[in-house]
Design a protein around this ligand. Structure first.
Ligand SMILES: Cc1cc2nc3c(=O)[nH]c(=O)nc-3n(C[C@H](O)[C@H](O)[C@H](O)COP(=O)(O)O)c2cc1C
Length: 417
């Protein structure tokens, strides 16, 4: 309980004190790190993907590249990091330590095998070490070991087979982690379910190319003169993550609980993931940017929101946006609106006029003397691009028009050919 609200959730029959988890990545790479995160307030962890000792894991160097946009740092993050490069026994020791010292926190261990036997061996080792659940990594898009990660996740028969293999050797719940680098995420998710998965997590990183060095012509991230298509994460991918979670949550044939991630930094991001159907949420890039402390904002913000909405249990928020999500052919096209201007607030920058003229409905005139826009209501397309570029909050808003209102047709210049 926090501020009289209950943030706990049940996921695969296990109780999480709150839905906030570290996602499998460098933010969850050892007991020392995870223990500090638990103390900071995180309810669970998807521990960094562990592997057997059969194939040595060497990370490319450097292993990450930032994507900034204007003043905003780390809008996205590109990485070519591999699975854990720690020995299996070191990782298992850390799992045992975590379970002993933080017994009321949920430990999901991410595993990745490079053969059927390896999937089984890893599942047995992690179960013996006390993992509460396993997350099957079918989704890393840039493994240097052939035939692993997202390459498996894009072949549904392999997803089913490896899930079955793990399911045969352990009783603990299995969470299959899906790649977003696919058209229909429900296909591999359904095969994971057939193989025995109890839940789905998504998204892993989006395959991307964030930039090219214009002096050397090497695409990012530059690993000694070579770039590579690789995994992109952070706020820029949140819309993609929300899409995939909603698509799975709406699929009645799937019907599995979902752990959602991709671009989560704030309590509002968490809430949005819950509203489209996630039961727990996971975070990496937000922690890389700001540290474990962001969980304080998540806990406080979500609690305050729940109090304001008179909702006592966070689980009551799960999937609440789904009844409002439709195909576009369900929109009521008989209802139309326009951009409405509160010109008292106008500072005369003229951005609205430029964008409306060059990218909108040419629905503004510009008074050069007063330096103010003059709206022509019946030309407004309600595209709202003027609002997007206006630097003054609350100056431009959307207003519904009466059903008798008609938009003027755009004038053709073609008669004079
Ligand atoms: C540097 C880095 C390493 C990662 N390593 C793993 C991994 O070992 N296993 C895994 O399943 N996902 C891995 N991920 C993916 C994250 O767990 C997560 O799915 C993704 O980054 C999206 O969440 P975010 O936007 O909060 O970062 C990694 C991500 C980053 C940035």
């Amino acid at each position: 309980m926090s501020d009289g609200v209950d943030l706990s959730v049940e996921f695969c029959g296990l109780r999480f004190k709150n839905p906030f988890m570290l996602s499998s990545s460098p933010v969850a790479n050892s007991a020392e790190m995870v223990g500090r995160a638990f103390d900071a307030g995180w309810g669970g962890v998807a521990y960094k993907s562990v592997v057997t000792d059969n194939i040595p894991i060497i990370h490319p160097s450097p292993r990450m590249k930032e994507y900034d946009y204007g003043e905003k740092k780390l809008v996205g993050l590109q990485n070519v990091e591999q699975t854990s490069d720690r020995g299996l026994e070191a990782n298992m020791k850390d799992i045992r330590y975590l379970k002993k010292h933080w017994p009321d926190h949920i430990i999901l261990v991410s595993i990745m095998g490079f053969s059927n036997q390896e999937w089984a061996d890893l599942a047995i080792a992690c179960t013996d070490a006390g993992a509460d659940m396993l997350e099957l990594n079918f989704s890393c898009p840039h493994m240097t070991v052939e035939g692993s990660g997202a390459k498996v996740g894009q072949v549904q028969e392999l997803v089913q087979k490896f899930t079955e293999t793990v399911n045969d050797v352990t009783e603990i719940p299995l969470v299959a982690k899906m790649t977003p680098n696919i058209t229909d995420i429900n296909i591999p998710a359904l095969y994971a379910k057939k193989g025995g998965a109890d839940a789905i997590s998504a998204i892993n990183t989006v395959m991307a190319l964030p930039g090219v060095n214009i002096d050397t012509w090497v695409p990012d991230p530059d690993v000694f003169g070579k770039g590579s298509l690789s995994g992109y994460s952070g706020p820029a991918v949140k819309p993609i993550g929300l899409r995939f979670i909603a698509e799975m949550a709406l699929n009645k044939d799937l019907g599995l609980p979902i752990s959602g991630m991709g671009g989560i930094e704030t309590w509002i991001d968490v809430l949005e993931y819950l509203l489209v159907g996630a039961t727990t949420v996971q975070v990496t890039t937000g922690i890389i940017h700001y540290g474990y402390r962001i969980v304080e904002d998540m806990e406080e913000g979500l609690s305050d929101y729940m109090v304001s909405k008179d909702i006592s249990r966070v689980s009551d928020l799960i999937g609440k946006a789904l009844p409002n999500l439709h195909e576009t052919d369900k929109f009521d096209l008989s209802r139309q609106g326009i951009a409405e201007y509160d010109l008292e607030k106008c500072i005369g920058c003229g951005q609205c006029y430029i964008v409306c003229t060059d990218a909108g409905g040419q629905a503004l005139e510009w008074d050069e003397v007063k330096r103010r826009p003059k709206p022509i209501e019946d030309k407004c397309l309600s595209c709202m691009v003027c609002k997007f570029v206006c630097p003054v909050d609350g100056l431009i808003s959307f207003k519904e028009m009466p059903s008798s209102w008609k938009r003027r047709e755009t004038v053709t210049l073609g008669d004079d050919i």
